[in-house]
Ligand binder design. Structure first.
Ligand SMILES: [Mn+2]
Length: 222
């Protein structure tokens, strides 16, 4: 893996722009942190199906890995059992409009890994949509939550385990935190949409938004 890519949430045009500036080949592969579906942006709702087709073709070619995530898991439950939720309405409406095999999408979603580990340039990266926990899919896609307050726990602030030499990677949080020990890459949120990508080889943060297009900034990780 060379590139780590944040939650996409249906932003097909932004994904297209991002992919056009990356150097993708069998040595420079992509890790999608999940949440391909469920646009958060009313002005640019985008298309989950376009995102799915693009990411699926990259995973089929073994040029990318896409992780399981909370929004994708909700979509999986809808396709399996018709169980819908508020956040899924846009995605469901798009799927119902199109002539497409839902079984194929379901099969693909079911086979996304909930964690993924790799080594790049001598460093071990342990990745999940929300929190690296190979034995617990629920925790991996939703992250730890404070049981009293129901608030999400920002685990990366506590885990400064510099001795391990590995780096934990996640999306999910509408936050960005980039260090040698944790890469949390999901800086966008409601009606402030965009995609972020971190290039591990050049330590460059690449962002793409409707307002600013592509921008690149070099980050020195501490
Ligand atoms: Mn998300």
């Amino acid at each position: 893996m060379r590139y780590i890519i944040s939650d996409i949430h249906g932003q097909d045009k932004l994904l297209e722009q991002l992919l056009s500036v990356l150097e993708i080949n069998s040595d420079s592969r992509l890790l999608f942190l999940g949440d391909l579906n469920d646009s958060r942006n009313k002005s640019y709702p985008g298309s989950f199906l376009n995102v799915y087709k693009t990411v699926r073709s990259l995973t089929d070619l073994n040029l990318a890995v896409c992780l399981q995530s909370n929004h994708q898991h909700n979509l999986q439950l809808y396709l399996e059992r018709g169980k819908s939720r508020a956040g899924l309405l846009g995605t469901v409406a798009e799927l119902e409009r199109q002539q497409i095999s839902k079984q194929q999408i379901l099969h693909w979603l079911e086979h996304r890994p909930h964690t993924y580990k790799f080594v790049r340039n001598g460093r071990l990266y342990k990745c999940a949509h929300a929190y690296y926990s190979p034995d617990n899919m629920h925790l991996a896609i939703r992250g730890p939550v404070n049981k009293q307050t129901n608030q999400r726990i920002k685990w990366w602030l506590a885990s400064n385990d510099s001795s391990s030499g590995s780096c934990l990677v996640a999306g999910h949080y509408h936050e960005m935190y980039l260090s040698k020990h944790a890469l949390v890459l999901d800086p966008y949120g409601d009606n402030n949409d965009g995609i972020a990508c971190f290039d591990l080889d050049t330590s460059t943060l690449i962002t793409v938004t409707h307002e600013s297009g592509i921008s690149k900034i070099n980050i020195t990780l501490k």
